[in-house]
Design a binder for this molecule. Structure first.
Ligand code: FES
Length: 120
């Protein structure tokens, strides 16, 4: 369930991100500054992000589609990530990223990403 953007009571520590599954169900999960989106999602028990390699950029099973409105706020993917994005199971789109490479900062509070239908 989405409760809107999180308050800033503990903004220095915890922000929130919104993950929408391929059926359109949204879930808000806590994320710490400096944490990867993948780690935050896995810690919250989000299904649909497998992250088999644990974030070492060698599995492409942490694929997400970043919502268009948020795309400009992200730092660009590096060459290694771009290479791994060629190996995603679900179709690669213009806003595809590997969530282990998205590092949460305070400009990403409320970040919305969509999950692909499959990671395999
Ligand atoms: S967790 Fe394996 S590439 Fe992101």
């Amino acid at each position: 369930m989405v409760h809107g953007s999180a308050g800033h009571k503990n903004a220095a520590v915890t922000l929130s991100i919104v993950i929408e599954d391929s059926n359109g169900r949204r879930r808000e999960v806590p994320a710490r500054i400096g944490q990867s989106l993948m780690k935050a999602a896995v810690a919250a028990g989000v299904e649909g992000i497998a992250a088999d390699c644990g974030g070492s950029l060698s599995c492409a099973t942490c694929h997400v589609y970043v919502a268009d409105a948020w795309w400009p706020r992200l730092t660009a993917a590096g060459a290694d990530e771009l290479h791994m994005l060629e190996l995603t199971a679900a179709e690669r789109r213009a806003t595809s990223r590997l969530s282990c490479q998205i590092v949460i900062d305070d400009s990403l509070n409320g970040l919305l990403v969509h999950l692909p239908t499959t990671q395999y």
